[in-house]
Design a protein around this ligand. Structure first.
Ligand code: GLA
Length: 683
């Protein structure tokens, strides 16, 4: 039985008796002749597809001129899908403006940092702050809402598409005007802006709002606080577009839930989604597997963070790929088993719908080499058979629908503000990668077989025993205070190099690093010691550090040196410290260790905090565990992280899925099993 939902979810045309996991893809029938549509719905039914996202890039087809509307084809598609029991996540269709609009109004085109206007001819070529674009987009939204608001296939509204994918940083005059308005809201006057931006430096003092501009290409480094505010503003400007579309939808179709697809993945960093969640009825995300040996750790990390954004409620995986993408230098196909494993990792972390880009692989256009559920080879293909098998698996997992993620005992803090600020130019090093450090910790937890949640700086810290905040660079006074209370309350905090350094205005906390966290950690650093590319230093734990070191002075009582440097400028001095504070502790790691190097360090922190693996009987790190919990039962997702078979011993419960699972819970390479277990009260 599905648990009560805290927020709204897709409105299924007919509510099934038990829960249902959504399954489908972006569907772009306008790329195909009419006869293909019938074939499409037949194959969709065969594959277990129950929902598709429609009309995402259909603006030109729906409105071929300023006052011409051609809805007939979409009416037919909506009816056809409905007649076949397939629900529709209907786009507002505003993602990509048609040629007539950019011809009539070239002033909607975005402008890059160097002042170059981006041309039409690809997609998403619009300024988030253009009043002209907004007016045309909202007109289309209203037309869509009025036409399809009461269509029985309509399950949810899909605002635009991947807002900010190509146009997050626009430096146009519209952006300048909107930036100034945003700043006037944030600062009481130009004087306050001058203080916040430290404009006494380099003769930047503003005398009037009109003088303030976006950080366009300049003779040297643009003001860093201005850059940080511009990032905040750019994220907010897109959220404002989302809000504007949502308002129209809420007015015309108040009963229909609204979502938009986030991009929590890889280095996509322009949007601080924490402030977007209030604008959607349920969270949706797009994720494409990254490259490298730890790519699946990144997938899990992104799904985990999306689960936090969704507040623990189910969320919608709006896009991922059945196999290769087309936008990397080299686009490799997925291996057998990857399609199911990737999808089920998202479900493990709270996805109640699993969709792909796209249903049928295009024959022409820029994405013709991007995989789909129906590849160029047709339905007689490995990819389609795997997709249909996944459809059956998701059907068997129906009882999981509506359940919530069970909180872990350890958490990793992920903060967009620190991401933006720590990677600004004119810093001690340009080699620092914020998200990579967070990912390294996540991998270290996975390798240790310990479940962890990825959470924002809002916490709730108090719900965890161990909180790791890597490169928590921006620490406003209020955050420092919450971290202090967490430690005083018996929590175990770990942070790293370049943390606690600046406040929300990118102004350094004076008196020695790590500024806002100095007393909590009981250490003081006078100078940073970044390492050259390729340079490493040894630690007496037998591991080596790269990227960064600090010359640490221990200042607090009860500070233990957990590890010391054995080479480099700081040989013999502390590299990792822990300050014991009552039953809690505050620890500092001053160098980049990578997942393997973090293993012995994390082991110490796990021991101090008493946090450990929940899955007995498997080699540490071989299996990722994620738990979803419902009113009647828990669902343990066991994800084989290795390329070998893994036997999971001593776990009782009913195996819900994994058709080829050998007796005694032996997971084939990369296989996922879902085990229903009696409900355990607690977290
Ligand atoms: C994004 C877009 C899709 C498609 C895919 C390809 O996620 O939303 O329209 O371009 O990328 O990976």
């Amino acid at each position: 039985m599905a648990a009560d939902r805290g927020s709204r979810w897709i409105r299924w045309p007919s509510e099934p008796e038990r829960g249902r996991i959504g399954y489908g893809a972006d569907y772009n029938p306008e790329q195909w002749p009419r006869e293909v549509w019938d074939e499409d719905v037949r194959a969709m039914r065969h594959a277990g597809v129950n929902i598709v996202s429609l009309a995402i890039f259909s603006w030109a087809r729906l409105q071929p001129g300023p006052d011409r509307w051609t809805f007939g084809w979409l009416d037919e598609v909506m009816d056809l899908l409905h007649a076949n029991g397939i629900a529709v996540d209907l786009a507002t269709a505003t993602a990509s403006p048609p040629p007539w609009l950019t011809t009539l109004h070239p002033e909607i085109l975005p402008v890059d940092r160097e002042g170059r206007t981006l041309g039409p001819g690809a997609r998403q070529h619009w300024r988030p702050t253009s009043p002209v674009f907004r007016e045309h987009a909202l007109r289309l939204v209203r037309a869509m809402a009025e036409r399809y608001g009461s269509h029985p296939a309509l399950a949810a509204w899909h605002v635009s598409n991947e807002l900010g994918c190509h146009n997050v940083h626009d430096y146009s005059d519209d952006a300048a005007t909107a930036f100034r308005a945003w700043l006037r809201d944030r600062y009481a006057g130009v004087g306050e802006l001058n203080r916040a931006w430290s404009t006494a430096f380099w003769s930047q003092t503003y005398g009037a709002w009109e003088e303030v501009l976006p950080p366009r290409l300049a003779a040297s480094y643009p003001n860093p606080a201005q850059q940080l505010d511009f990032r905040r503003f750019s994220s907010d400007a897109l959220a404002d577009h989302l809000r504007a579309e949502r308002r129209v939808l809420a007015e015309v179709t108040p009963g229909v839930p609204v979502t938009t697809n986030f991009m929590v993945m890889g280095e996509t960093k322009g949007m601080d989604y924490r402030s977007w969640t209030a604008e959607v009825d349920f969270v949706s995300n797009d994720h494409y597997v990254q490259t490298g040996p730890r790519a699946r750790d990144e997938l899990s990390f992104s799904a985990n963070l999306t689960g936090w954004l969704a507040g623990g409620d189910p969320w919608f995986l709006m896009e991922h790929s059945t196999s290769a993408v087309n936008w990397r230098p080299v686009n490799t196909a997925k291996r057998p088993g990857d399609l199911a494993r990737d999808s089920l990792t998202h479900v493990a972390h709270g996805a109640d719908a699993v969709c792909f880009f796209q249903w049928r692989q295009s024959a022409g256009g820029a994405e013709k080499y991007h995989s789909a559920m129906v590849p160029h080879a047709g339905t007689d293909s490995e990819v389609f058979r795997s997709a249909a098998e996944l459809g059956a698996t998701l059907e068997a997992l129906a009882p999981v629908a509506g359940t919530r993620r069970r909180r872990a005992r350890a958490a990793i803090v992920f903060d967009w503000q620190s991401w933006w600020a720590s990677e600004l130019d004119s810093h001690p090093t340009s080699l620092l990668r914020y998200r990579q450090e967070a990912l390294d910790w996540y991998s270290a937890f996975l390798d240790a077989g310990v479940r962890t949640d990825v959470i924002g700086p809002e916490g709730p810290f108090g719900e965890y025993d161990l909180v790791v905040a890597p490169v928590l660079h921006v620490v406003p006074a209020s955050l420092a205070e919450r971290l202090r209370r967490f430690v005083d309350g018996g929590g175990h905090l770990v942070t790293t190099y370049f943390s606690g350094i600046v406040d929300e205005n990118d102004q350094v906390w004076l008196g020695g690093y790590p500024g806002a966290l100095r007393d909590l950690l009981g250490i003081r650093i006078e100078e940073f010691g970044p390492l050259l590319d390729g340079e490493t230093v040894g630690l007496d734990l037998g591991v080596s550090g790269s990227l960064w070191t600090d010359r640490i002075d221990v200042t607090g009582a009860d500070v233990k040196v957990v590890a010391a440097y054995t080479s480099g400028d700081h040989a013999g001095r502390p590299a990792v410290t822990t300050r014991l504070a009552g039953t809690g502790s505050a620890s500092y790691v001053s160098t980049r260790l990578g997942p393997e190097g973090l293993a012995p360090v994390l082991a110490r922190f796990l021991e101090t905090s008493g946090v450990g693996p929940e899955l007995a009987g498997v080699p540490a790190g071989a299996v990722e565990l994620a738990i979803r919990t419902g009113a009647d039962a828990e669902y343990w997702f066991l994800l084989n992280r290795t390329g070998a078979s893994v036997e999971v011993g001593g776990l009782t419960g009913e195996v819900l899925q994994a058709p080829s699972l050998a007796a005694g819970l032996t997971l084939a390479p990369r296989q996922v099993a879902v085990v229903r277990r009696p409900h355990v009260t607690g977290r």
